[in-house]
Design a protein around this ligand. Structure first.
Ligand SMILES: [Mg+2]
Length: 384
C-alpha cells in the first residue's frame, strides 16, 4: 500500500505541441521554437529535432546547422499561456490537491485515493481527458514522492506513463545517468564524472561524508535523491502567490504625471522582485484609495511575463480604464499574482531577448548599488 501517491504530469514539448494544433502540417517534422535574431536561442524543440542533436538553450544558428530542414518559429507566449491555463482548469476541476510547478508541469497529491491501482486508473482517465479536450500530448509519472514521480515522467516521455511502486524507487533510479536527477546540473555532473560516478546507483553508494566535503549541503541533497528520497509535500494555491507594493502620498494627488511616475516606480520594483525570484506573473492588479478612503482594486489577467515593458503597459492600461479622472488619490498600489516559476527558456524569445539582457544588466547594478541606482526615465519624469 502506498503511504503517499504523487502524480507528476508534464506536457510533451509543450510549445511545439501548441504550434502543431494551429499548424497540423508541422506534425512529424522537426520544429524549433526560438526566433530568428542573430543571438536567438532554442526555447523548445520537437523530438524530431532532438534526434539531430538540437537542445534547449542552444543558439538557433547552431541548431539550424545540425538540422537544416527544421521549421523555426518565434514563439507565442500568449497562446502558450492560454493552453497552460486550460490544462490547469481541468486539473483543478478533478484533482483534490495540485501544484502548478511550471507552465507545463503539475504535481497532484492522490494520497488516500483508494488503492494504488485506483490512483493509476484515475490518473490515466485524467490524462486522457486533458489530451482529448486540449489536443495536447502529455506524459505522467506516479510514485511515492515528487522527485521519483518527476524522473518517472522523464523516462516515460514522449507520450508515456510510468508508475514506480513504493519500495522500488532505488531499483528504478539505479541504472539512470546522474544527469536525470533534478538538481544535478552540468557542473555537479562534471565533478561527479571525475570521481567515476556516472550512474545513480554509484552516487547512492558513494560515502556521504565525501559528497558533503565536495559539495557542501548540496552533497546531502543529491545523495538523498539518488536513494529515491524526496518530499511529498505540494505547494498548493500557487495561483494565489503574489507580490505587491503600494505608496501613500504625503498629500493627495490628482496629477496624472505624478501618478504615472509612481506607478512606473511600483511596477519597476515588482518586476525586479519577480525576476529575482525567477517567477513570471499572470495577473496584475491596481489599488486606488481615494481621498475619502474609498478603496477600489482592479485586476486583469495578463500573458505570463517578467518584462517591465509589458507589466507597465498593462498597468497603464488598467490605470487609464479605472482611475476616476481628477479625483485625488491617497494611495496607489500594484500587485502581481498568479506567479509561476519560469522555466528558463520562457525568457528567451526573440523579441524579448534584448530586453531581458538589458533588464538583467540593470538588475545586476541594482543588486550591487541598491534598488534606486537605476531608474527608468519615466520614473524621473524625463519622458511620458
Ligand atoms: Mg514539458
Amino acid at each position: 500500500m502506498f503511504d503517499r501517491a504523487i502524480l507528476h504530469m508534464d506536457l510533451d514539448s509543450f510549445f511545439v505541441s501548441v504550434e502543431r494544433l494551429r499548424r497540423p502540417d508541422l506534425q512529424g517534422r522537426p520544429v524549433i521554437i526560438g526566433g530568428h535574431g542573430a543571438r536567438a536561442v532554442v526555447a523548445s524543440c520537437s523530438y524530431e529535432a532532438r534526434m539531430y542533436g538540437v537542445r534547449s538553450a542552444m543558439p538557433v544558428s547552431r541548431a539550424r546547422q545540425r538540422c537544416p530542414q527544421a521549421v523555426v518559429l518565434a514563439g507565442d507566449l500568449q497562446a502558450y499561456s492560454f493552453f497552460s491555463r486550460w490544462v490547469c482548469r481541468i486539473i483543478k476541476e478533478e484533482a483534490p490537491l495540485y501544484e502548478r510547478a511550471s507552465i507545463d508541469e503539475f504535481y497532484l497529491d492522490l494520497s488516500g485515493m483508494d488503492r494504488y491501482i485506483g490512483c493509476w486508473k484515475w490518473a490515466s482517465a485524467l490524462r486522457r481527458r486533458i489530451q482529448e479536450e486540449t489536443g495536447l500530448p502529455l506524459s505522467m509519472g506516479l510514485a511515492a514522492n515528487k522527485l521519483v514521480a518527476k524522473v518517472a515522467t522523464g523516462e516515460a516521455k514522449p507520450h508515456g506513463a510510468l508508475m514506480i511502486e513504493p519500495g522500488r524507487e532505488r531499483f528504478f533510479l539505479a541504472p539512470l545517468a546522474i544527469e536525470k536527477i533534478p538538481g544535478i546540473g552540468c557542473k555537479t555532473a562534471e565533478k561527479l564524472h571525475h570521481l567515476g560516478v556516472k550512474r545513480v546507483a554509484q552516487l547512492a553508494a558513494y560515502p556521504l561524508e565525501e559528497l558533503e566535503a565536495l559539495f557542501g549541503k548540496h552533497g546531502l541533497s543529491i545523495w538523498r535523491k539518488a536513494r529515491g528520497l524526496g518530499s511529498s509535500t505540494l505547494e498548493p494555491h500557487s495561483e494565489r502567490k503574489s507580490i505587491s507594493s503600494e505608496h501613500t502620498f504625503d498629500v493627495d494627488v490628482a496629477d496624472r504625471g505624478i501618478l504615472h511616475r509612481e506607478l512606473t516606480r511600483l511596477v519597476g520594483k515588482l518586476g525586479y522582485l519577480l525576476r529575482k525570484k525567477g517567477m513570471l506573473a499572470s495577473s496584475l492588479a491596481l489599488k486606488f484609495r481615494y481621498a475619502d478612503f474609498t478603496t477600489l482594486s482592479h485586476q486583469q489577467k495578463i500573458p505570463y511575463t517578467a518584462r517591465d515593458e509589458l507589466l507597465l503597459a498593462y498597468a497603464r492600461g488598467l490605470f487609464e480604464r479605472h482611475y476616476k479622472a481628477c479625483r485625488p488619490l491617497r494611495l496607489v498600489g500594484c500587485r502581481l499574482a498568479g506567479l509561476l516559476r519560469a522555466s528558463e527558456p520562457l525568457q528567451l524569445f526573440d523579441d524579448q531577448q534584448r530586453e531581458m539582457k538589458l533588464l538583467s544588466g540593470l538588475d545586476e547594478i541594482r543588486d550591487k548599488f541598491g534598488r534606486h541606482a537605476v531608474r527608468r526615465a519615466s520614473e524621473l519624469g524625463l519622458s511620458s
